[in-house]
Design a protein around this ligand. Structure first.
Ligand SMILES: [Zn+2]
Length: 440
């Protein structure tokens, strides 16, 4: 038996240490942190490598505990980089790893240096306790997640497929929360899939002229009319397999009308007031439909000139069960009456892993023994796990901590932090999942 009270100190100190590497992306500069991990893993006698990146100051860290039966088992995925933090707005230095009131503060404390620390300690514990695994356990902590993964996950999957491909990947995405289920029950939303995205340029040309004599079908007018249509457009609700399971599971903790609605959400969800209620939770609303956010508009250059051109950018997100192409053809249909051009810039298709898998059951059981209800959920945002799902891996997002929902607003925000208690609990849960899934 491992005493996780003793592990607590180790995992907390490791997180503090890795927060102190400023891996703000851009530019990332992840190599020094990768070298720090290398030293730690060398000391533990665990096989590891630093994988290169297109830029020599950047790198990805890779480690493996080989299984006895040969072949790959499980890959623990995290990233070394973090988003920028404005020191002036924080109550502590975001790169100090300071502990205050039982919390470790720092950029990356929730996204996602926390996972790097937990995954590493899980590997150390398996090795030190000489726990034999059936198949390979791999830890991969990549560069460049926060800027799309071109220099990290995407790069190493292409360049080092033999090291990085794995049938099952556990990455970031799902967190446990309090205050959502009734009776103080704890809910863990396991991320089983991610919405796809397409960034679109909308462009149109028209008759230019003097602002004193309006042109009804000018480029800006038609663009604005089209954007107005988009803002008010209701996409059909679409429930991915995971979201159907989510509502079914959620219903079992409800009573009365709520239970009835949740159980029949596919048929009832589109009813006006029910849809409105579902959409009150922005994360839930986003998980069950395609969405469009207007992010940039460029309409002219002078106050009294009607310009010839008008342009806008859209951030569009697409639910699993459909494709970016399906979405674009719907968008083009909407655009037809306004004579605007739709140009997709970059995109990635939605992706989802099934829930009738062994690893899914293992995670669910481990959490259930801890008194936590686990339900699958589609993440509105993207993580590097998508690259692995697209290559045929099962991919699930699990950050094993339980926090009040508001704490999650600190992700990419101010005073990002994680409690020392959560570090201990999460490491225990992660260790148990890996052991139960892979140990002989
Ligand atoms: Zn992240």
């Amino acid at each position: 038996m491992i005493d996780f009270k003793l592990v607590r100190k180790e995992v907390v100190e490791l997180l503090q240490e890795i927060i102190r590497f400023d891996t703000t992306n851009p530019p990332g500069n992840e190599r020094e942190l990768a070298e720090f991990f290398k030293k730690k893993f060398d000391e533990e006698g665990i096989e590891n490598k630093i994988l290169d990146a297109p830029d020599e100051k950047r790198a990805t860290f890779w480690a493996r505990i080989p299984g006895e039966e040969g072949g790959k088992g499980l890959l623990l995925l995290s990233h070394l980089d973090v988003v920028p933090a404005d020191k002036k707005q924080w109550s502590v230095d975001p790169f100090s790893g300071e502990i205050k009131d039982g919390y470790i503060y720092g950029r990356g404390a929730l996204d996602i240096k926390i996972l790097g620390a937990m995954h590493a300690v899980v590997m150390f514990l398996l090795k030190r306790n000489n726990i034999k695994l059936k198949k390979d356990l791999i830890m991969l902590s990549v560069a460049d997640e926060e800027e799309g993964g071109e220099a990290g996950a995407k790069y190493v999957l292409e360049k080092y497929p033999e090291l990085t491909e794995c049938p099952v990947v556990l990455g970031e995405g799902g967190y446990g929360t309090t205050g959502i289920l009734p009776d103080n029950k704890l809910l863990f939303s396991l991320s089983t899939g991610e919405k796809g995205f397409v960034w679109v340029k909308v462009k149109t040309k028209g008759q230019p002229g003097h602002g004193s004599m309006p042109i009804k079908d000018s480029a800006p007018n038609r663009l604005i009319e089209f954007l107005h249509i988009l803002i008010n457009h209701k996409f059909q609700l679409k429930f991915a397999d995971s979201m159907r399971e989510f509502f079914k599971g959620f219903a079992s903790h409800q009573g009365g009308a709520a239970k009835l609605i949740m159980n029949n959400v596919q048929s009832l969800g589109s009813i006006g007031f029910i849809r409105k209620k579902l959409e009150e939770n922005p994360k839930l609303g986003a998980a069950i439909q395609n969405t469009i956010s207007v992010t940039m508009v460029n309409l002219g250059y002078k106050g009294n000139v009607i310009p010839e051109e008008a342009e806008a950018r859209l951030d569009c997100r697409v639910v699993p069960g459909t494709t970016v192409d399906d979405f674009l053809s719907e968008l083009r249909k909407l655009a037809e009456p306004y004579d605007v051009e739709i140009e997709p810039l970059i995109s990635f298709n939605p992706n989802e892993s099934p829930i009738d898998t062994e690893i899914y059951s293992v995670i669910k059981n481990v959490l259930s023994e801890e008194g936590v209800v686990m339900l699958p959920f589609i993440s509105p945002g993207i993580t590097d796990t998508r690259y692995f799902r697209m290559r045929g891996s099962l991919g699930y997002g699990i950050v094993p901590i339980i926090v009040p929902v508001e704490e999650l607003n600190r992700i990419h925000g101010i005073d990002e932090r994680v409690s020392v208690d959560n570090m201990e609990w999460g490491t225990k849960v992660m260790f148990e999942i890996v052991k139960r899934y892979l140990a002989k």
